[in-house]
Design a protein around this ligand. Structure first.
Ligand code: ADP
Ligand code: MG
Length: 711
């Protein structure tokens, strides 16, 4: 989609640091889009030339105006278009003809409107751009703010500020409204950006174009992204990998957490591997921090910038009150963090300042020995910050005598220690003075517990890992699955198992029988006890309709089971032909797992593991990864299951054969990857797992194949 028919006239740097900007509909009336854009553009030190386009003016805010873009002195790098929808295509065409490098288009009413007419207008817009090499940001965006160029190119009133802070965070937002909200909140918290850009409909330039730019931009150290939909999921993963290689944290908020967009399939895998779950797995594998709140995203970015090298994960908690300290500890444990355990020296030093019960983590400053409040508070913070096990400090700020002075002492001591320090300010207006003091000292402060604890949790968990190596194909794996005889659509259990067996997944010994006599013969050759199951393409949950008979001990039992199963299947599926029954060895297992795979429309093949049977859906205890995975990664998936202790052998139980399960996950993941766009879903449920060293067997499997080319 992003291939340009003509060489692009401008690269991204040229767009964010343009030499000239033309503003369509420029005026000095702030009630109009073109008026606000002109005010903000002229106000923050932009050094390029500003070219108002307005046939009715000779000058706007001191800049010479031109009746049309054709008459403006070129080349014009960027044109800002906030014109009415019906005038847009004409304006874009004039820009293309005049050699404009990039149009930033705020106008709405395109593909986002959901009507064919809007989509058609957007196609025409793209055609105008492609035909000339002109780039487009938008439409339906809020422009961009480029602090390093002193350029605000937006109509948003959040630019009613004296100056734009510069910083080292790059913000790429699909939503324009969120970009300016985030900008505004960050501004209030003293946080600046290297760039803020909104992409709207991403009709030409998309989020990844800007992530890639920011990865290379020396001024940017952390990248924040708000996204509703990816133009190209695979490209996003490449951009994320580039961030990781460059050592730049990538933090993202993505909407659409509800599992929509999953093709209605009847497998558990489809319902459990919804698109957000897949995104979470993709982000984990590529070091992307996924958060659910845009404000927290920027606050986390700020902490990662301030303290890029954190050691350990213990938290030291200090509060003027026992209540504050207590809630702080509860919340941090709930967020999965750990309270630091203080060394003997630290405790001894605290005992000089505090009474015995308070002289430990969390510190309740209420237990002061004597001495004045502020000084003691500062000293306590210094002492606890020096402890080896304290990786970061959380100050829970309740009210205290000499409130502002005490706050200052604590914040200053915390910052001086060099360790990360966050202050959760719990009162309302009573803490206005302390809030100001924290701002003056440039100490990260949060209102209340929620955001402070959430951001601290993400900060402590953030781990600058080297980027992942793609797994290597084991020598005993085939290069392609052999799909001879399999048609698109649902696979029967024996068909799915044959496919899995090609990739070395251990499956039951079994034979398909066309009549009762053949079933008896098969049972004798497999050896009793056996299992008999009905086989029909439309039969999805076999046991639900009585099409599974376990533990058949002799020929008589097989005959009876045959009668019952064929009758049950005929009753359940009156319009569908039964292929017969499959006779299987009866396998023993100590636990039932599900191992599934699915092709995600954004990110391609994914693999899933969880506890099988009814527990799958009740527990929602599953782990996902992009396929293929290595055996180590498969093991990691198992270790992240909540029920991992059951696999590892909790409470005197024998450990299960985790190595074999990891091997099966790995094999299924390669099969999923090799099936490419033929894969819809594939699932082993259950995989019967035995104790360590005794292996695992796929006793049931199903799958759905797409036609050639994924149709
Ligand atoms: P369904 O289509 O209902 O999922 P399954 O083939 O999974 O049918 O059979 C239902 C249950 O019967 C399985 O979850 C498993 O506990 C047991 N089972 C099925 N096949 C075997 C087998 N070959 N050996 C032992 N147990 C089996
Ligand atoms: Mg099953």
């Amino acid at each position: 989609m992003n291939e340009m028919a003509v060489h692009p006239r401008l690269d991204i740097r040229g767009i964010v640091q343009p030499r000239s900007v033309a503003v369509f509909g420029a005026s000095d009336n702030k009630d109009k889009f073109g008026g606000r854009i002109m005010h903000y553009l002229t106000r923050h030190g932009f050094s390029g030339s500003i070219l108002p386009i307005n046939p009715n003016r000779s000058e706007v805010l001191g800049h010479k105006a031109y009746p049309s873009i054709a008459q403006a002195p070129g080349p014009v790098d960027v044109a800002m278009l906030a014109v009415p929808p019906k005038a847009l295509l004409q304006a874009a065409q004039e820009c293309a003809d005049a050699g404009v490098g990039c149009c930033v288009i705020m106008t709405t009413g395109f593909a986002e409107a959901g009507e064919e007419a809007g989509r058609e207008r957007q196609r025409q817009l793209v055609a105008i751009a492609r035909g000339s090499g002109m780039r487009i940001v938008g439409p339906n965006c809020m422009g961009l703010i480029s602090p390093l160029a002193g350029m605000a190119l937006t109509s948003s009133l959040v630019l009613e500020i004296d100056s734009i802070r510069t910083g080292r965070i790059g913000l790429v937002s699909q939503s324009g409204a969120l970009m300016v909200s985030i900008f505004n909140r960050a501004h209030d918290a003293g946080i600046g950006f290297s760039l803020c850009v909104s992409l709207g409909n991403q009709c030409d330039l998309e989020i990844c174009d800007f992530i890639d730019y920011l990865v290379d931009d020396a001024e940017t150290k952390v990248i924040c992204v708000y996204v509703e939909g990816f133009v190209d999921g695979a490209r996003f993963l490449r951009s994320a990998a580039a961030c990781q290689r460059a050592g730049k944290p990538l933090i993202m908020v993505k909407t659409g957490r509800t599992p929509a967009g999953v093709r209605a399939a009847q497998s558990h895998t489809a319902s459990l591997a919804g698109s957000y779950a897949v995104l979470q797995a993709a982000c984990r594998m590529h070091g992307v921090v996924l958060t659910d709140d845009p404000d927290s995203m920027v606050r986390l970015a700020d902490l990662l910038l301030r303290w890029p090298r954190r050691q350990g994960d213990g938290i030291g908690v200090v509060s003027p009150s026992g209540g504050g300290a207590g809630i702080g500890v509860d919340r941090l444990v709930e967020e999965g963090m750990r309270l630091a355990s203080l060394g003997a020296t630290t405790k001894a030093r605290l005992l000089d300042l505090l009474l015995a019960p308070q002289a430990d983590n969390p510190i309740d400053l209420g237990g002061r020995r004597d001495g004045e409040v502020a000084g003691t508070a500062g000293k306590c913070v210094s002492v606890i910050a020096q402890d080896h096990d304290v990786a970061a400090l959380l100050v829970v700020l309740t009210t205290v005598p000499f409130y502002e002075a005490t706050t200052r002492e604590m914040a200053a001591a915390g910052l001086a220690s060099g360790k990360p320090v966050l202050v959760a300010v719990t009162p309302g207006s009573a803490a206005d003075g302390p809030r100001r003091a924290l701002r003056e000292l440039d100490c990260p402060a949060f209102d209340g517990f929620d955001q402070a604890l959430r951001v601290l949790g993400d900060f402590i968990r953030y781990d600058r890992k080297p980027s992942r190596n793609a797994p290597r194909r084991a020598e005993d794996l085939p290069v392609h699955p052999d799909l001879t005889g399999l048609s698109p659509g649902r696979l029967t259990e024996p068909e799915a198992k044959r496919l899995l067996a090609q990739y070395g997944v251990p499956v039951t010994r079994e034979m398909l029988a066309g009549d009762s006599a053949a079933a008896e013969a098969a049972a004798k050759s497999i050896g009793f006890p056996v299992v008999l199951k009905g086989v029909a393409r439309d039969l999805v949950h076999k046991s639900d309709v009585g099409a599974v008979r376990l533990g058949l001990r002799d020929a008589e039992a097989v005959r009876r089971a045959w009668q019952e199963i064929t009758r049950a299947v005929a009753a359940a599926l009156p319009n569908s032909a039964i292929d017969g029954c499959v006779v299987q060895e009866m396998v023993r297992g100590d636990a039932e797992l599900i191992v599934g795979a699915r092709r995600d429309p954004q990110f391609g093949p994914v693999v899933l593991v969880g506890f099988g049977g009814v527990m799958v859906e009740v527990m929602e205890d599953v782990q996902l990864a992009l396929a293929p995975v290595s055996r180590d990664e498969a093991r990691g998936m198992l270790q992240r299951l909540r029920l991992w202790p059951v696999l590892a052998g909790a409470r005197g139980r024998s450990p299960l054969d985790v190595d074999r399960v990891a091997d099966v996950i790995c094999r299924v993941s390669w099969l999923a990857a090799d099936l490419g766009d033929r894969l819809i879903d594939l699932e082993v449920n259950p995989l019967l797992v035995r104790n360590a060293g005794q292996g695992a067997t796929a006793v049931d499997a199903r799958g759905t194949l797409a036609g050639e080319g994924g149709s």
